[in-house]
Design a binder for this molecule. Structure first.
Ligand SMILES: C[S@@+](CC[C@H](N)C(=O)[O-])C[C@H]1O[C@@H](n2cnc3c(N)ncnc32)[C@H](O)[C@@H]1O
Length: 510
């Protein structure tokens, strides 16, 4: 009997916003495709693990039908258990390989294959593209993610050294521990700092040390792990009658995101595959999420900037700084920023930053007009000029629908039903934006209390009980707070900041 390594060490089955059907719909529309509605769609996920990605979508869209397939029995069983606990009737998970998909499973409007293509043998890779071609509806779109070169080039060498070193070790735990130990050994052996080898080892060691064992085991130590150049993947997909729509990460496509010399050199390249290939070379990219459709469909590569008017706009900026006339709207931790000295643009972006929740174009214009006193036409022109660029710069996110989670705090907040269910299992939850969050234990516990019947005062009282029982500590300058008034003030501040966190992280019901 062959060992299924995913049964032995299950993959952390998470939700990935870039694979969400509403996002695939959005990218298709930006490039001029008619894409099926995701509210009544047929959706297939290949290599769904225990359904961490597909189950939240099934819970969100009850009129769509979802099928997940995976060869790992234990993962499929874990997913099936969750589906039955949630009482979902629009999703089935099946323990089968993509190469043996029954004929009746066809006509899918969306096919997702995330984190599988690089990690399977050649015949399964072939099956993935063949089945996408054969099972995708005429207007459908598919997402396939894979490791790419040149980013994975040097990692590949390190991986082979790790595989050699860990070959004889009996357990996954020992293999992962020794993979990390090998890289530490090589790092310590470097006498000249900043040579290419030591920098690569140091970078990869950081990846290994900041990721859980299951990730290292299946990503770096999996028997199959084949990276591709982007152009090679597109060429292979083309042989299966599939054409390139775009990347699920919009920032991978925009030349303006690259440093000025790269922009200067590549500005004349019009073919998107050529352009993005050179951008991958320049950025040493190591992972891609490519959206495909049937070859021969007409795409528009000149994106109409006014298309953003049809979407909800979720700000991904979280700070503003001023430098003379310039306002710099930035994103914490990424170095991404939008710089402007144009008054109407500044007014609109300040409003966006302040509201910090998804707004339709009209809502944003209305709020900016009210805040600035400028005319509707002036604000509209300013926004038309920047929103699409900001979307491709990763500074706003486009969504085809209004948020299905609370964006304002209610007097008696209620946690989203899926999150409620996940909290019974642990502290890892999928929020209303399809993001996976690991909540600290006390936050998870307090979130689980929010059943729509408790007010802020009730929550403060309950947290106070936790403090009295010694389950939660309130301190000031390292000392317990005993004085009642101060204690109440700190409790109230703690609860308020938690409620704001739950709200900002799309964890509460509308
Ligand atoms: C690295 S995991 C990725 C899981 C999930 N898609 C994600 O991104 O988190 C790869 C998954 O592909 C599954 N798999 C491997 N070969 C497969 C095949 N022939 N057909 C379907 N699933 C397969 C594995 O069992 C495993 O769950």
């Amino acid at each position: 009997m062959t060992t299924n390594f995913y049964d032995l060490v299950p993959y952390g089955s998470y939700a990935y916003p870039r694979t969400h059907i509403a996002h695939l719909h959005t990218v298709g529309r930006l490039f001029g495709l008619t894409v099926p509605s995701y509210h009544a769609a047929r959706v297939l996920e290949i290599g769904c693990a225990s359904g961490g990605n597909i189950i939240p979508m099934a819970a969100q869209y009850p009129r769509s039908h979802f099928v997940g397939v995976d060869i790992s029995k234990s993962q499929i069983m874990a997913g099936q258990k969750m589906i039955s606990e949630l009482g979902l009737g629009n999703i089935t998970l099946r323990e089968i390989g993509i190469e043996e998909l029954p004929r009746e499973l066809s006509g899918f409007d969306y096919i997702i294959c995330h984190g599988v293509f690089s990690w399977v043998p050649d015949h399964v890779r072939t099956a993935i593209l063949r089945e996408i071609r054969d099972r995708l509806s005429p207007d459908g779109v598919a997402l396939v993610s894979y490791n790419v070169l040149p980013g994975w080039g040097l990692v590949q060498t390190l991986r082979e050294m790790m595989l050699f070193h860990c070959k004889a070790l009996p357990t996954p735990e020992e293999k992962v521990a020794q993979a990390r130990a090998l890289l530490r050994f090589i790092k310590d052996a470097q006498t000249t700092a900043n040579n290419a080898y030591s920098m690569a080892v140091e970078h990869e060691l950081a990846v290994l040390e900041s990721n859980p064992d299951w990730y290292i085991f299946h990503d770096h130590l999996e028997s199959d792990n084949k990276p591709f150049f982007f152009h090679q993947f597109i060429e292979t997909a083309g042989q299966f009658g599939l054409g390139y729509v775009g990347d699920a990460d919009l920032t991978a496509m925009l030349l303006d995101n690259a440093p000025p010399p790269v922009v200067e050199t590549l500005k004349g390249v019009t073919d998107p595959v050529q352009l993005e290939q050179y951008l991958d070379f320049a950025a040493n990219r190591r992972f891609r999420s490519t959206i495909l459709c049937h070859a021969g469909r007409t795409l528009s590569r000149t994106i109409d900037a006014k298309l953003t008017r049809a979407f909800y706009l979720q700000p991904a900026i979280d700070q503003v700084s001023i430098d003379g006339e310039k306002h710099i709207f930035g994103q914490n931790g990424t170095g991404r920023a939008f710089v402007t000295d144009e008054p109407a643009t500044i007014a609109a972006l300040k409003v966006m930053l302040e509201i910090s929740a998804p707004l339709s174009f009209d809502e944003l214009v209305g709020a900016a007009v009210q805040a600035s006193g400028l005319s509707t036409a002036v604000i509209e022109i300013a926004l038309d000029a920047i929103l699409m660029r900001m979307a491709f710069a990763g500074l706003i996110r486009l969504s085809p629908e209004a948020p299905s989670y609370a964006t304002r705090l209610k007097p008696t907040p209620k946690v989203l039903p899926l999150v409620r269910n996940q909290l019974d299992r642990g502290n890892t939850v999928v929020n209303g934006r399809h993001e996976t969050l690991q909540l600290p234990p006390v936050s998870a516990r307090i979130l689980s209390w929010l059943d729509g019947s408790r007010s802020r005062e009730d929550i403060i009282k309950s947290v106070s009980c936790l403090v009295e029982n010694g389950e939660f500590f309130l301190e000031s300058d390292g000392k317990p707070i005993v004085e009642a008034k101060e204690r109440y003030a700190v409790l109230a501040e703690t609860v308020d900041s938690l409620l704001s966190y739950f709200l900002a992280n799309a964890l509460l019901e509308l």
